[in-house]
Design a protein around this ligand. Sequence first.
Ligand code: A2P
Length: 290
Amino acid sequence: IESCVTLNNGVKMPQLGMGVWQVNNTQAAQSVEWALKHGYKAIDTAKQYGNEKGVGIGLKKGLADNNLKREDIFLTTKIYNGDQGYESTLEQFEGQLKNLQTDYVDLLLIHWPVDGTYLSTWKALEEIYRQGKARAIGVSNFNITKLQDILKTASVKPAVNQMEFHPLCQEEDIKNFCDEQNIYLEAWSPLGSGSVLKDTRLQKIADKYNKSVAQVILRWDLQRDIITIPKSSHEARIEQNADIFDFELSDDDVNEINGFDLDKRSLWYGSFTWHGNPDGYKDSVEEWDD
Ligand code: A2P
């Protein structure tokens, strides 16, 4: 899988990667191995997922097994909400590198815009970027107001905003703003955590192309110029999700899926448990709900 986009600092990033949210260390190691075996060149994790160690182990094995070098892989991780703030981010990030068994990440994101700290956290990301320990830096779950806030004082512009994005949740305003600012939108939960896969309208489109609904959604992401990181813990699905470069959706089908937007965020807000900083978490959800 070699389809890359060019970020606003010139760094190339694979448009398809594998995510490992809700996967423990053992499963993460296994999934990463499978992903590398099936041609993935990008992996997305976060300290908050609690599996950076597993990702590190999987990468080490996957690189060796597939005769790959560290530079062949694009690795993303994120700053934990509870670690935000300038000093704390710089300090804690070193531990993340250790767990990932690497000297640098390719993309480092602020996981959530924790109020009162995300601006100083951004300064720390800029420092990490200057030190060469992250090849690109960006944010996650930032709405337009918060993006503007960062842009006002940033000396390095965010390269990416990673957010929930799937056919039922398209956040058109944020996508447009990111396009204007040359910030790449990256989709977390591109399959709506699996919930969108049963949509009969998508099944109809999938049947036409002899592809699965998951493949149609991921192909739609590519054609929408969005970076996408589906998660699976099953080898066959990991393989299937990468098999999206041999067909193209018609403009009509892309437009039809664009029309499925319900402007709804999932699902997971109800089940998310935040152990670190309840104030920060509550604020970001309320901000989103505005
Ligand atoms: P599993 O990990 O058991 O394979 P998202 O990336 O939107 O968070 O979606 C991940 C969910 O979708 C997981 O529950 C995953 O299940 C499921 N999933 C991922 N790829 C596929 C696929 N190709 N077909 C069916 N389910 C899939």
